[in-house]
Design a protein around this ligand. Sequence first.
Ligand code: HEC
Ligand code: HEC
Ligand code: HEC
Length: 131
Amino acid sequence: MKKIYDKGKTLTGLIIFVVLVSSPTWYNLVFGKGNYVPDLKVEKNGKECVKRTSYMKKNHMELLKVWRDEVVRTGNRTYVREDGEKFEISLSGTCLKCHTNKQEFCDRCHRYVGVTPYCFGCHNIPRETRK
Ligand code: HEC
Ligand code: HEC
Ligand code: HEC
């Protein structure tokens, strides 16, 4: 009669399985966490961001500072993208209107990279009432 299972093969299979499943951990232990990024929930009520995603990934904080200066120094509240699309300049009202889940999006990535923007002590979620 044929054996239903073979202990040797089962064990080898099990070991391969465990190594494969834990490989991201091994990879990180050996190579550091350089290539690892958290799985972000990009909640996006729109097709595109206010600028190219590749730009936003690296430079959204620069854009936010430009936005703040526009409002505080010149009083301009309209941002015009290269293609002519217009956006209201507002951290709570524009960024967080598309990226509705701040915790799973902004906060999650910030926690990972270890930054804590101090902005939200003043800028409310949801949008603060102005004037
Ligand atoms: C001490 C309170 C305070 C903090 C902290 C703060 N802001 Fe502001 N911010 C303001 C006020 C007040 C205005 C002017 C509000 C207006 O006129 O609509 C403003 C305006 C802005 C605007 C344009 C208008 C708007 O509603 O978004 C942007 C963008 C902005 N801030 C970004 C930031 C960013 C980014 C940070 C963190 C790096 C930050 N702010 C931290 C108080 C603050
Ligand atoms: C009209 C909707 C909309 C607005 C407004 C918007 N975003 Fe986005 N955002 C998106 C979309 C869509 C993507 C692209 C996701 C993709 O390419 O998969 C994105 C991507 C991003 C990314 C890159 C995420 C990643 O994949 O790593 C960041 C960071 C970001 N947005 C921040 C902001 C900030 C800060 C603001 C306000 C200045 C803002 N967004 C305003 C829709 C928006
Ligand atoms: C894919 C990762 C990622 C996402 C998503 C992301 N950020 Fe950031 N953010 C960063 C990194 C990295 C820095 C720090 C850059 C540095 O230290 O120069 C940063 C810095 C900032 C700063 C400047 C903080 C300071 O004190 O100078 C602001 C403001 C900010 N992010 C706002 C947002 C908002 C609002 C969202 C969501 C709409 C968001 N970010 C989503 C990665 C991200």
